[in-house]
Design a protein around this ligand. Structure first.
Ligand code: SF4
Length: 194
């Protein structure tokens, strides 16, 4: 972090980023929400095409599922003064030849996260949504094992699966997620939002 750097100036700089534009099929459009007062930080993967179009994080089916997990409504989820959202990749990275979204651009998180994080001193809980977020913050590991072992990372972090449609079947096969993890997650969220 540069001395005297402000969150507003950094956000402006990030919104203008074109660092990896040659690799972005739809061009740069960084999508994130930050504030100095947020108590909760959500680190997700990267925007999909719908989020690229809207310019608002999690305006897709994944966002609907994530809000249901958190037990909060849109108005709270999108209150940046309480919840910050900073994905591993800020721009839509394109698709893989075999289908599915490409991984977040590898240069993105190392470029922005270390600069944003010190400017959000009120963050008490960081939700690590999916493998890319978990691997960036915690180092290499397996998503399923980390989510199952979620208590180990509290109170500062809580690993979650990526809330894509594929997770529906995974949730059914792992009932402890709804029975044990979600109640704990909602307790922490409710406490930090009040
Ligand atoms: S993905 Fe990240 S590094 Fe690449 S242009 Fe967007 S903000 Fe910049």
């Amino acid at each position: 972090m540069a001395e005297g750097e402000t969150l507003a100036a950094l956000a402006e700089e990030a919104r203008s980023c074109t660092r990896c534009s040659a690799q972005l099929p739809l061009g740069p459009r960084p999508v994130f929400r930050v504030s100095a007062t947020a108590r909760i930080l959500i680190i997700g993967q990267a925007p999909g095409t719908r989020v690229h179009e809207s310019g608002v994080p999690f305006t897709d089916a994944s966002g609907t599922r994530l809000r249901a997990w958190l037990g909060i409504e849109d108005a709270v989820f999108y209150d940046a003064s309480r919840i910050a959202i900073l994905p591993v990749g800020l721009c839509y990275p394109g698709r893989l030849a075999r289908g599915g979204d490409a991984p977040p651009r590898p240069e993105c998180a190392p470029l922005w996260h270390p600069r944003f994080r010190p400017l959000m001193p009120a963050i008490a809980l960081t939700l690590l949504v999916g493998g890319y977020a978990q691997n960036f913050v915690l180092g290499p590991g397996r998503v399923g094992e980390r989510v199952a072992d979620f208590r180990r990372y509290l109170p500062h972090y809580l690993p979650l699966p990526h809330p894509s449609w594929r997770t529906t079947a995974w949730e059914r096969a792992h009932p402890w997620f709804g029975e044990a993890l979600l109640p704990v997650l909602r307790q922490h969220i409710a406490r930090l939002l009040t």
